[in-house]
Design a protein around this ligand. Structure first.
Ligand code: H2U
Ligand code: ZN
Length: 347
């Protein structure tokens, strides 16, 4: 017997991570009397003299930013990883394992404008951000001490972002982080069986189904994954083989910027607010080799559920058993498609 994904509780499997999500579409009308987030601030100045990321200002670490005019990258003044940590481990005790880790943490300012963010920057400006990601990744591929480069953006105070000035972070590490390792193993297993990248096959199936597609351009597709956990979780996937940013040509960089900007514009329309999220790129390790099983992709994990002030919490059953959602990924995709028809304003 087949199942009715629109009205019956069911579990969905994430082939990238091996995790399940519980979907309970029958529950979408349950009452809510819980926490309401404070409304995010809406008016910001183009330049804030107290901001440590604005051009010309002093940072918390004491250094002064140049008077930059588009993007600006610097080494994090309070880095979680530092280069040249002496190699070492705790020994062979399986119950108390520890290994040294080294790396580099960088901060990328997207724009000199304190009041902008990706959805209201120009396409050219967002393209320069993605170009810089590619440059950073390529530089770390040449560094034998670095095995992985995690690029991520925390947006909004609700996501723990310390400053509204548009920026992201780059953490380059000497080993593969756990989630990347899991995705690598699962993509490799799939490739070993099917001789094709998992995410390339997945995208083909999604495009045939159509129900979870949000937006497509020449080189990228934005969709709500079948296994989405966060209410408006999304994935940007390349059309065709693309293991990493290093393999992107100029056109792919620009179209990735377009997909990133378009999705965040849609997000801002859902609840008419600056939609918070954590987003980041997963891609092939920064090590030599073809990495044929890998397909670059960008995850978006936004917490808002029902309004600019009501978020989803990952607590209770989610911390102890499986993540759970009420409305389906298909209905989230339909909402995103619908709001995309409203023209957003730029800069
Ligand atoms: P968020 O993306 O979570 O807001 O973090 C901003 C980073 O900027 C954070 O890692 C760094 C912090 O260490 N930072 C500096 O490197 N210099 C500063 O003057 C302030 C913040
Ligand atoms: Zn600023």
């Amino acid at each position: 017997m087949t199942i009715d994904l629109t009205s019956h509780p069911h579990r969905r499997f994430n082939p990238l991570t091996g995790e399940w999500v519980l979907v309970s579409p029958q529950r979408t009308h349950r009452p809510w009397q819980g926490q309401v987030e404070a409304m995010p601030e809406s008016t910001r100045l183009a330049y804030d003299e107290h901001c440590y990321l604005c051009p010309g200002n002093a940072r918390a670490g004491g250094q002064r930013n140049p008077s930059y005019t588009d993007t600006f990258v610097f080494t994090n003044d309070f880095p979680a990883l530092v280069p040249g940590t002496p190699a070492g481990a705790l020994g062979n005790d399986p119950l108390f394992r520890a290994e040294s880790e080294s790396g580099v943490c960088r901060v990328i300012c997207f724009s000199p404008r304190h009041d902008l963010s990706v959805p209201n920057m120009t396409l050219d400006a967002v393209t320069r951000v993605v170009e810089l990601w590619r440059e950073e990744y390529r530089a770390f591929v040449r560094d034998p001490a670095i095995d992985y480069v995690q690029i991520f953006e925390n947006k909004g105070a609700v996501m723990g972002c310390s400053n509204p000035h548009p920026h992201c972070q780059v953490w380059a590490s000497s080993s593969l982080p756990t989630r990347v390792q899991v995705e690598q193993e699962r993509q490799q297993q799939y490739f070993d069986h099917h001789a094709r990248p998992l995410l390339e096959d997945y995208l083909e199936r999604e495009r045939a189904a159509g129900t979870r597609i949000v937006y497509e351009n020449r080189h990228f597709v934005v969709l709500v994954p079948f296994w989405a956990v966060w209410p408006f979780e999304a994935l940007i996937l390349p059309r065709g083989r693309l293991p990493s940013l290093a393999a992107c040509d100029a056109a792919q960089v620009a179209w990735l910027a377009d997909a990133y900007r378009t999705l965040t514009q849609a997000y801002d329309q859902i609840f008419a607010c600056e939609f918070p999220y954590t987003a980041g790129i997963h891609q092939a390790p920064a090590t030599p080799g073809e990495h044929a099983a890998w397909q670059l992709h960008m995850h978006f994990y936004p917490p808002l559920l029902r309004s600019a002030t009501i978020r989803k919490f990952m607590v209770g059953y989610e911390m102890l058993a499986d993540p759970q959602r009420d409305f389906t990924p298909e209905s989230a995709a339909a909402t995103l498609r619908q709001v995309l028809q409203v023209t957003p304003k730029t800069q």
